[in-house]
Write a protein that binds this ligand. Structure first.
Ligand code: ZN
Length: 249
């Protein structure tokens, strides 16, 4: 984790040059060790054997959150990493306050480094709304969405995981993917498959006559985006989608 509480109960960010001290977990109050990480990412870790709902994360997840925080701060946004809500069992990866928006609107940015089921995403999105966030922005790491970054032509068909299809459908925004090494973010448009319907059947003849096209097969089209957040009307009334602005050509 990137955040622990100090002895005054205030959140502190893990850093190589952070003075030694006593740190506790914002979720369970358990003692935490600062891992300064000469090679890896500085982070806090529970003592061995601790059980906590706020789980340890991969290096790429931690790096992704740090990259987002750095970019958002450069844009003048107020950033709180790993904002923990104990009653809801929710840890918002990157909580962003945008001063220029209406009364300082808050956005929950959620980094996905591994598979997640759609019901969990829906539940988190609902919780975020109840906590006063105007929207939840889902970002996939380049580890999770590697295939989408590797695609270079619009005629290549890729099977898209459910959670990415859901984000695209609900927010009409495509999929956002962080490119850690390039410190960049991409907006992947999920184009329709270039498929001749007659080709789509399996050994049981399934779908051949009913014009079955698997909706999980799409043609990703990559657009450069930047870290500036912008809002657009979502699919449902009174709901806003918060997205990374697509870079103007
Ligand atoms: Zn804990």
């Amino acid at each position: 984790m990137l955040i622990a509480h100090d002895t005054n109960g205030l959140p502190v960010e893990a850093a190589r040059d952070l003075p030694a001290g006593a740190f506790s977990c914002p979720a369970c109050d358990g003692s935490m060790l600062l891992k300064r990480g000469q090679v890896k990412v500085p982070h806090f870790a529970h003592m061995p054997g601790t059980e906590c709902w706020s789980e340890a994360e991969s290096v790429s997840h931690l790096r992704s959150k740090n990259l987002l925080a750095e970019k958002f701060r450069q844009l003048g946004y107020d950033v709180q990493l790993e904002e923990t809500y104990r009653d809801q069992g929710r840890r918002v990866d990157v909580a962003v306050t945008i001063p220029a928006w209406d009364r300082g609107s808050r956005v929950a940015v959620e980094v996905q480094d591994s598979a997640i089921d759609v019901e969990t995403m829906k539940a988190r999105t609902r919780i975020d709304r109840s906590l006063g966030f105007i929207g939840t922005l889902w970002v996939f790491t380049d580890k999770r969405a590697k295939v989408l970054l590797d695609v270079t032509g619009a005629d290549i068909e890729v099977r898209i995981p459910n959670e990415m299809l859901w984000v695209d459908h609900r927010y009409r925004q495509g999929v956002f993917v962080l490119d850690l090494d390039a410190a960049a973010v991409w907006n992947i448009e999920l184009g329709p498959p270039h498929v001749r319907i007659s080709e789509w059947y399996d050994g049981d003849g399934y779908g051949q006559s009913s014009a079955y096209v698997p909706r999980t097969i799409r043609c990703p089209i990559r657009h450069a985006a930047d870290f500036t957040l912008t809002s657009t009307p979502g699919r449902y009334p009174n709901e806003w989608a918060v997205v990374f602005a697509r870079r103007r050509l």
